[in-house]
Design a protein around this ligand. Structure first.
Ligand SMILES: Nc1ncnc2c1ncn2[C@@H]1O[C@H](COP(=O)(O)OP(=O)(O)OP(=O)(O)O)[C@@H](O)[C@H]1O
Ligand SMILES: [Mg+2]
Length: 494
């Protein structure tokens, strides 16, 4: 019998009108990889914040850490007891080196003001060795890709003797191969007795990495299940209480061309890209991250300039000197990076929703509160965004609900061309289905949609045609009705 690392009983947490957690139990065994699954806003991040002392639970909770009941968990207390979190923003120091990020803090703990650099490097090397990874100790953090920064954050947790590490959606912005590498690191941690609590909306990953999964729904515990024998379909049902079928939605689209891209080239990013997007069509664009997909999207949205080739909108050549010009021409762009490009975090849900259409709700220089409220109300309802009040800051929403606000903001512009760049990163299965249902409805009203995604399943299920891009070039076109997932993935990973 494994000994429990942590055991939480009757944990509740209320934020104003939102019952984020309602008397849930949660336990993790030592050395176990345990997944926490559930739809957006079901309370996953909240329970992590409670175990790590960021939030205090409402009265009545019992928290047992490594066999001891702890009355009040503070961040220091959690750390001292061997609990670490790899936050989504990683909380590292971008200007410092790999070695400094890993070991500096623990050195300070030992001997204030006297940090021995050789000793610090030795600790960093030892931590990286435990993970079997090779990193340049002297590289500055801000020069490394996200995946490597994550490894640094994990190594830092090991230096401070973490016995339980929480990872909240660590793979959301990783490529497939980076994800595989991270899952390997998680397995190694577990083999060395470090427990990992892993949160991900990618259910294949959840089933692959964990031995048990705890499912929450609407702040309540649904149950704790062994992953052995569990399927994605069953897990989805547990998370949502509903049954989902994946079917191919592709149809023959006969609408007129809306966006024509001809021989578009931008040095070092993409080359000789040509395709036509029709009214009413959902065109999938897939390939690994780094294939040039997002870079192409940026040019189409006026965020960068092509060196050669041209773009036609409704048959007329267009050139967008800025994204403002692209928006005015009827192009909307939902970015993969909602946190930096999509939303203004401290501003309200309502303000974010109307941000791109201020002109339409303004008369005589004043915003009409009634028009604004009606617009916000419409889109919040249409996209089923789970919110308290429209006046709440966007930063109070769960990740997936923030993504829906980004969608709302762009749909409110009533665009002709909608570019969706990885629109479901961090969005749960139920909400994904909801978003794609909306995408489908929008296409049926004549909107031309470019769906950029690195998930082959996503484009096959939702696009009418699929383009495969690699090394900045379009390599192939696929009809989802005649393409298997294995076939497309074989092309992508070739
Ligand atoms: N600081 C806060 N203030 C107000 N409401 C909050 C706060 N933190 C969380 N909530 C609310 O509590 C609920 C649970 O949020 P939480 O972040 O735990 O969800 P989650 O399961 O992590 O979702 P996701 O998968 O989208 O990340 C949500 O309705 C969220 O809006
Ligand atoms: Mg979360």
């Amino acid at each position: 019998m494994a000994e429990p690392a942590i055991r939480l009983t009757s944990v509740s947490k209320r934020f104003g009108g939102v019952q984020a957690l309602d008397s849930v139990d949660f336990a993790v065994d030592a050395g176990e990889v345990h997944c926490l699954a559930g739809e957006n806003g079901c309370g996953k991040s909240t329970i992590i914040k409670i175990v790590t002392g960021v939030y205090q639970p409402d009265p009545g909770a019992r928290i047992e850490l490594f066999g001891e009941v702890v009355e009040k968990v503070t961040p220091q207390e959690a750390r001292a007891r061997g609990i670490a979190v790899i936050w989504q923003d990683l909380a590292l120091f971008p200007e410092m080196t790999v070695a400094e990020n890993i070991a500096f803090e623990t050195m300070l703990g030992n001997r204030p003001r006297r940090v021995s650099y050789p000793a610090m490097r030795k600790r960093a090397v030892a931590a990286l060795a435990r993970l079997d990874v090779d990193l340049d100790l002297d590289a500055r953090l801000n020069t490394l890709p996200i995946a490597q920064r994550q490894v640094v954050a994990i190594a830092r947790a090991l230096v401070s003797d973490a016995r339980l590490i929480f990872m909240d959606e660590p793979t959301a912005s990783l490529t497939q191969s980076e994800t595989d590498a991270l899952l390997d690191v998680v397995r190694k941690l577990s083999a060395r007795g470090v427990a990992v609590v892993f949160v991900s909306h990618r259910l294949a990953e959840v089933l692959d990495i964990s031995s048990r999964v705890t499912v929450f729904r609407d702040g309540r515990l649904v149950g704790v299940y062994p992953t052995e024998g569990m399927t994605q379909g069953r897990l989805t049902e547990l998370m949502t209480g509903k049954h989902f079928e994946t079917t191919v939605a592709a149809r023959d689209v006969t609408g007129p061309p809306v966006l024509e891209v001809q021989g578009l080239t931008r040095q070092g990013e993409y080359a000789d890209v040509s395709f036509t997007l029709h009214a009413g069509e959902v065109l999938g664009l897939t390939g690994l991250i780094g294939a040039g997909r997002s870079e192409l999207g940026h040019t189409l949205f006026g965020m960068s300039r092509a060196d050669a080739g041209q773009v036609l909108l409704d048959g007329k050549p267009v050139r967008f000197p800025s994204n403002r010009a692209a928006v005015d021409a009827g192009i909307a762009y939902v970015s993969e990076d909602r946190l930096s490009l999509g939303l203004i975090q401290p501003q309200s849900i309502a303000d974010n929703t109307v941000m791109a259409v201020l002109k339409r709700i303004t008369s005589g220089g004043l915003i009409s509160p009634a028009k604004k409220a009606a617009l916000v109300d419409h889109w919040i309802r249409e996209l089923a965004v789970k919110i308290g009040e429209p006046t709440d800051a966007v930063s109070t929403l769960s990740g997936g609900n923030q993504q829906r606000v980004v969608l709302a903001k762009w749909l409110a512009t009533e665009p002709r061309v909608l570019i969706l760049d990885s629109p479901t990163v961090g969005v749960d299965v139920g909400a994904r289905a909801g978003i794609f249902r909306i995408v489908r409805q929008l296409a049926e009203t004549g909107l031309a949609i470019l769906l950029i995604s690195d998930e082959a399943t996503e484009v096959l299920a939702n696009a009418d045609r699929v383009l495969h891009m690699a090394g900045g070039r379009i390599l192939g076109e696929y009809d989802p009705r005649e393409t298997t997932l294995q076939g497309l993935e074989a092309a992508i990973y070739a």
